[in-house]
Ligand binder design. Structure first.
Ligand SMILES: [Zn+2]
Length: 377
């Protein structure tokens, strides 16, 4: 008698062999037998006829760092067959977070609506909060560069001093010792974009000393796509670690050099023996915070300062100029009508509308519309 038998499924065992029809027996949380037909009884039996049985998928690119604390069952992953999540991607994540206001800003998916405590300074404390009460999935957390840089330098757009670099290295070392699987960067975002190759190589080397990987949301995937890939390859080379180039799809407005980009990566992999993985998006839509439609100088600060700016008519005027001559990559993606409101505490009725429609409903121009949405929430 075992705990569970899954019968008559098409078994894909993860070795690359073709599927074959058989049974799987599980006892005390472990697979104890896999064969054509198992002649045993189980406490619980599942008929998987006409279905596939395979090892759980690994989702190498998630931003579930915070949402896992609010929903430990992680059903949106489990129901897709995902049993391991890599978190802390794109240089964003909730720890280290000695300044809670800044920590929340750099955590994708943070919401006060979750009613979940954000109560840690260090990465080890965050991991303890994450793992101690139990989770339905395995998690491989990356330590995010952006969170570390914010903790040490705020949004300063300059190289770190020697002391600051040492402090950032200590944060990486501490996180890796606590169980991080690697180091991530988001070089298209603040504050990641203020870091140069030397800073990133130094920090990545600390992760490499712990056998950690380096996952990068690279600096740009349009006008300077090739340079951005070369920079990430250099960091991987200098640190001597395994690299993962995240969501490596060209922006819709990129020059047609994607083939050369891939060729450069394959060359580094095949001729130099660098270990590099690539992942990409399964869809054309992506989520993002409304505030990133604005120029970075508006939101690169502590929450109270940002609020002051959002209330200032002068700031609205300055931002309007940006939108009249848009350089923001989000705007280059297709203009206001291609942005949809997916979440708003103050205007739940407008969720599902695009920004063009919302600006018509408000009777305001695009810039005023963005300010109104942000300020209200
Ligand atoms: Zn990213």
């Amino acid at each position: 008698m075992v705990d569970l038998i899954i019968r008559s499924g098409h078994i894909l065992d993860g070795t690359g062999s073709p599927a074959w029809k058989g049974d799987i027996a599980v006892d005390e949380g472990k697979i104890v037998e896999v064969k054509d037909s198992i002649d045993m009884h189980a406490e619980y039996e599942l008929n998987a006829d006409g279905k596939y049985i395979c090892p759980g998928f690994i989702d190498i690119h998630t931003h579930s760092d915070f949402s896992l604390l609010a929903n430990r069952c992680a059903e949106s992953s489990v129901r897709q067959g995902i049993t391991t999540l890599v978190t802390g991607n794109c240089g964003h994540g909730p720890a280290p977070s000695p300044d809670r206001g800044l920590g929340k800003q750099i955590t994708f998916g943070y919401s006060e609506n979750f009613n979940t405590d954000f109560g840690w300074d260090h990465f080890a404390e965050y991991l303890d909060d994450l793992f101690s009460p139990g989770l339905s999935v395995n998690v491989a957390p990356l330590v995010p560069h952006g969170s570390i840089r914010l903790a040490v330098m705020g949004y300063d757009a300059r190289p770190p001093t020697r002391a600051e670099l040492e402090k950032m290295k200590d944060y990486v070392d501490e996180a890796m010792s606590a169980g991080a699987a690697g180091f991530s960067t988001g070089l298209e975002y603040s504050p990641g974009k203020h870091a140069d190759e030397n800073e990133l190589s130094a920090l990545c080397s600390v992760a490499a000393n712990h056998d950690g990987i380096y996952a990068s949301h690279i600096r740009d995937r349009a006008d300077t796509f090739m340079e951005s890939v070369v920079e990430s390859l250099n960091i991987i080379r200098r640190a001597g670690c395994t690299g993962q180039l995240s969501h490596l799809a060209p922006r819709p407005y990129a020059r047609g050099e994607f083939d050369q980009v891939l060729e450069t990566i394959y060359k580094a992999r095949d001729q130099e023996g660098l270990e590099i993985g690539i992942d990409t998006f399964p869809d054309v839509w992506g989520p993002g915070p409304v505030v990133t439609l604005l120029p970075p100088w508006v939101y690169e600060d502590k929450p109270d300062k940002i609020l002051d700016r959002l209330k200032s008519p002068d700031v609205i005027d300055q931002c309007r100029e940006t939108f009249n001559n848009p350089t923001n990559y989000l705007l280059r993606l297709g203009g206001f009508k291609s942005f949809y409101l997916t979440c708003s505490r103050s205007y739940p009725d407008l969720v599902g509308r695009n920004f063009q429609e919302i600006s018509e409903i408000f009777g305001l121009d695009h810039t005023e519309t963005i300010f109104k949405l942000l300020l209200a929430d």
